[in-house]
Ligand binder design. Sequence first.
Ligand code: SF4
Length: 449
Amino acid sequence: MKNNGSKILFLNPPSTQQVFRDCYCSDISKGPFFIHPLDLQVQSGWFAQAGYEIEFIDAVIEHADAEEITRRILLLKADVVLSLIGEAVYENDCRFLNELAIQNPNQRLFLTGDIARFEPQKVFDAIPRAEGILMDFTSAGLLQYLEGSTHEHLMTRESNGSAVLKKGSYSHPVASEKFAGTYTYQLPFFRTPRYYSLLSSYGCPFRCAYCNVHQVGYGVRETDSVLEEMRLATRLRFKSLYWRDPTFMVDKKRTFDLFDAWRAERFSFEWIAYTRPDVVDEEIIRRAAEMGCGTLLFGVETYDEKSLKQASREMESEKVRSVFELARKYGVRTASFILVGMTEQIKAESPKFSDMTQYEKRLSTFLDSLDPDYISLNVFHERPGVKANTPILQAMESQREALRVLASRITRRFYLHPRRIARNLVRLLYPKQWGLLLKIVYRLILPAR
Ligand code: SF4
């Protein structure tokens, strides 16, 4: 490919905490897991296609500090930097990026991330040298802006426009091989922990009140574009795939069309995906298992149907239970994602959740009835773009610290249960997982803080 003479650096900035900041969500990782910075990966495709020289630094996975990263950036002499920024470590990110701008005054700086996408003015005020904010990380908005053409997904200080929401179908180029070829990220869900991330859709068609993902719209990526990326992953010798769609397999026909095309190409991956229990049925789970699905990550949230309804997420516990059973029937492992404290009880007992014991018992009984292989207990907070606009969310927001301790206690008890330990011993059959397993055990035996 012809080099157009410009160099762009994709940057996941340094942090003393193990943070992730992509896909408009930032948080501190609960385990020794590293997730690809997907915003940057997707953008690398647009810029590689346009002939830019690509550079990539992920300071988080490298455990590199601000001083070292600044020194390396100065040496790279990139014309443009596209950096992630995250609400979870906002002060840290502002400090680093402002310092970088002082040391490197001729470099143009652009941002992507939750706080930038949902609170652009606040970020422009805090980082005076930021020239623009990418409002849709799958779009060519930044490239179009740099090339002087019309751009609707790149917000600048001068543009007052609001972000354009995604709808219909869309496409973007596959990641730059220079970018994705360096990946060493690992997850414990796979027999071969080194994995590749990709998207088959952007945003979400649902409207859960505690989530910001649907606020970017919803679009589905054209199948040819998805297959092209699977070919790249095959070429780069990845055996494991992580579908990063916020909700995978929403539309049954589209899902089966994708499976058919993927089977025709003879791809062979072990894969995982996030989805909702109420969008899958026996046929989907059976076909997913045939296509190599190893684990489904289900957004379950709670046993309390009333609180789900109030958050615009109607879902019957009985349906949830039956889907976990079906997954077991077809040999697909499951993860249950819970929003800890999501119950009418917390509202009734606000401002102080006085009888957590009762809630803890009910949640543990519910989890036992699902019998997932993994759990992830999350604590609600007003992420950028989200307002605690129901009494339950307000009660959860005001009791975050107590809920965090509770989540930690339930998680330790879950994984240290002899039945789970016995079930996880099978992983010892896969030597590539040993290093990760040791790190997970270390995290679990740390006392709950
Ligand atoms: S289904 Fe998941 S991604 Fe979609 S709005 Fe609800 S919580 Fe967000």
